[in-house]
Every structure is written in C-alpha cells, then in structure tokens.
Ligand binder design. Structure first.
Ligand SMILES: [Zn+2]
Ligand SMILES: [Zn+2]
Length: 252
C-alpha cells in the first residue's frame, strides 16, 4: 500500500463527516421552519432547552463515529477492493438502492430490538431515549456503542450487497434527512405514508420515543407489522396527525 492510499483513509472520513454534518444542520434548520405549518405529535410535552443542547453536542460526536465507519467501508472498497462489484447500468443502480433500503431496514429493526433488551438497553441505548418528545436535533444523539450496533451497516454494506459507493452514499444521505424529519416531533407525512403504505411517517418513530417498546424499524413499517411490534394505535394516530397537519397548513 502506498502512502497516498493510506492518507486517503482519514481524508475520506473527513469528507464524509463534513457532508453528514452539513446535511444534519441544513435539514434541522429547514424542518424547524416547516414545523410551523405542521401538527405537533405530543402537544402537551415540551423538550427542555438543556436537553436539546445535549442532543446537539452529542450529535457532533456521533456523526464523526458514523463518518469513520462509512469512510472506512468506502476506503476498503475503493482502495483494497473489499466487496461486490456494483450492478451495471441505471437499472442496476436502482436495484442496488432498493436492496440497500430493504437490508438496512432489516438491520436496523433487529439490532434496534436487540438493544432494547434488558442486557443492552441501559448501557447502549438509554441515552437516546432520555428525550421523550424528540426534536430534529435528537436524530444523532446516540452513544458510541449505540452507533456500533445500528450504524455499522455502513461499514460492511459493500461486503453484503453489490452497490456503487455513490449509491450507498446517496442512501446514507437519504437516511440522514429522513432521520431528522422522523425526530421532528411534527407530522410531515402525506398521501405517500397514509396507511397501509409501508413508508413511515413521523408518528412512527415519535411513538417509539413516547412508548419505548414499539415501532423499531426505520424506513418501512413491514417488520413492525409482521412481528406484531407496531403500536396498536399507530395507523389511527398517523392518519389523525396527517389530517391535523393538513389543517395546520391551511390545506384541510
Ligand atoms: Zn429505541
Ligand atoms: Zn430516535
């Protein structure tokens, strides 16, 4: 391995960190503005400013950990050739993106359930749940070990599916944006997430923070429906929150 190949590892990690941090901050600012015309999901609960500051500080560290994992995975693929070659053509890129969305959702669902067990919850995941009514800034407020469980997908994805580095990065940016929206505390969903659509609205993860033992997936509701972990009131509450948001923005 040449010295320039070695230097490209920290350079890749730094670039990914800047991109993730910029996406996080920009999405938080835009969604906070959009919250003004949407319905608050837990109207009676206010998150203290001190808690929001804690989430912002922790997110700076947490995003660096995610960047290190994503960057190391990307670097091992492009420099050492570790992983499957991507599928050719636009059709191949679309297929690999769909595969990645489905696989990450399954990864997130099962490992998220694991860190909710008695063995792991307090040491790994409790930090994230101290915010009961999440705000945009809460998305990446996770401890290091929590990221090793849920975000290590980005380190090993090239070893699991044939996907081009740019397509995997596009998926990560999508996950970053939807994660922030999912923690906004205001329902921004519309017809695309109206049940029985498998796509999650904000209500899905907001209920996870409110009730803890339900709604473990991140992109789709399929796993929660199949495994009986979807909150029993999820579909009704999501529809009601979408309708309230429509009324709040003057559409309903
Ligand atoms: Zn959780
Ligand atoms: Zn959360």
């Amino acid at each position: 391995m040449t010295p320039s190949q070695l230097i490209s590892l920290p350079a890749t990690i730094a670039l990914v960190y800047v991109a993730l941090l910029a996406t996080y901050v920009a999405t938080c600012l835009v969604v906070t503005r959009l919250n003004r015309s949407a319905a608050k999901i837990q109207p009676s609960r206010q998150t203290p400013l001190q808690q929001i500051r804690r989430d912002q500080r922790q997110s700076m560290v947490s995003l660096a950990v995610i960047a290190a994992m994503f960057g190391a995975g990307d670097w091992s693929y492009t420099t050492l050739g570790w992983g499957f070659r991507p599928l050719p053509g636009i059709g191949g890129t679309v297929l690999s993106l769909i595969m990645s969305l489905l696989l990450f959702d399954a990864w997130f669902y099962w490992l998220h359930r694991l860190i909710h067990t008695r063995l792991f919850y307090r040491r790994v995941h409790q930090w994230h749940h101290l915010t009961i009514a999440p705000v945009v800034w809460s998305n990446n407020s996770d401890r290091l070990v929590d990221n090793l469980f849920l975000q290590s997908y980005w380190l090993v994805a090239h070893l699991l599916i044939p996907i081009a580095p740019a397509a995997l990065f596009a998926h990560k940016l999508f996950d970053q944006v939807t994660g922030v929206i999912g923690h906004s505390g205001y329902e921004h969903g519309g017809r695309w997430c109206w049940p029985p659509s498998p796509l999650v609205g904000v209500t899905h993860h907001d209920q996870h923070h409110q009730f803890f033992r339900c709604n473990y997936a991140t992109h789709f509701t399929w796993w929660d429906r199949m495994m009986g972990t979807l909150h029993p009131d999820h579909d009704r509450a999501l529809k009601a929150n979408i309708l309230r948001s429509g009324a709040a923005s003057g559409e309903g």
